[in-house]
Design a protein around this ligand. Sequence first.
Ligand code: AMP
Length: 461
Amino acid sequence: MEFNDFGLAEPIMKALASKNYVTPTPIQQKAIPALLEGKDLCGIAQTGTGKTAAFALPSLDYFARNPKVTPLKGCRMLVLAPTRELAAQIAQSFRDYGRFLKLSVETVFGGVPINKQIRVLAGGVDIVVATPGRLLDLIDQRALTIKDTEIFVLDEADQMMDMGFIQPLKRVAKMLPRERQNLFFSATMPKEIEALAAQFLNDPVKVSVAPQSTTAERVRQRAIFVNQAEKQALLHLMLKSEEIDRALIFTRTKHGADRVVRFLEGAGIDAFAIHGNKSQGQRTTALQAFRQGKVKLLVATDIAARGIDVSGVSHVINFEIPNVAEQYVHRIGRTARAGAEGIAISFVADDERPFLKAIEKTTRVKLEIETLPENFMEAVRNMPKPAAPKKGPSQSPQQQARRADGQRKYQDGQKQSRGTPDRAHRPDSEGGEKRPFRRRRSGGPVGAHKSAVQRTGAPRV
Ligand code: AMP
């Protein structure tokens, strides 16, 4: 099967040709025909399967064939994603696939000035890609209405639930018009996600691709037992001994991520951190630098890294392993993309052994247990001192990047990061330092979310 077989509108085919897409991925093969018929869809698929094009292409085709004036302060299509990074990535895909169509695409998420978004939305926007918190802020301020939405997409629904977005989603559901096409995607489909799907979908076509273990099969999964306090020394050794093109290093908490970056800095190794305490400018810059290969190491929390599509990630290093098995699957899915092979290395401290067991049970894969490298004790003794924590804008990745290549092109991002100094203490959806990451089953956000939720009805990502 080829893209030609779908009968997509000419401008879309032209865009696909310019991206050298010839063969649709399995989710595209299954989803696109049903969506072109206007059906609702419930898809079980992870990022990396091509699901963005699966929902973007038929939607763009619909708009190409049904031109309409965009409603003032309204949108024709609403895509909800759990994180800003994913929202930005989806919007970029719409721009790429729709580049020969005259459609407006805008992202709506927190961490950037709301006034600019209000101005942009005033005239109406064809395709809005949003995170739930800022979307509801804008609706509450009467800057946006979703009552004219013709196509609604809920992406990464399981992650939305994990992040406590259930109540905001219910609010969104009530504001959508009755007549619309609905698309719902989730990497996993436990009962509570099915219940959420039922609220949005009307007699959907069900499509499921690549059960979670298939990504896992292409990833060589290794694990090393090591004391928590000695993980930095092990990381240092690994970075020296492994052939790493590009590595994502995962921690469970934001502070944990910062600590790893400071340690690496102390060891003279460049790395950026990406997590909810970083301003949008910092996150974008860090991701861009990683994507462009300017920095080989990105230290991330689960939520910040969710849905990130960066090709050529040779290694995923679980500096701390997740206490939710599904997160492990999402993490290692960042490597071995598009058929490539990848390596995942997990550092397992004593208290993380039960998590390892749970992961092996979920993935049905036994991790290769390795012994500590021979020169490990020496590495522990000579462990470099971490760099001192820096305060304020001097610690931004933009500055680090500028220092690194002596260019001025990061200035924009820095301005943004200066513009949002309060974010350093803003509660967000990534959990506090001491609070373990938990799966929330019954909707309501807990703990650190509370104040953000009370203010706006939704936690911000
Ligand atoms: P997604 O799962 O939507 O994040 O897509 C994963 C990656 O696959 C993205 O980099 C897409 O640009 C790419 N992609 C999606 N569909 C195709 C296709 N049919 N052929 C080649 N690459 C694709």
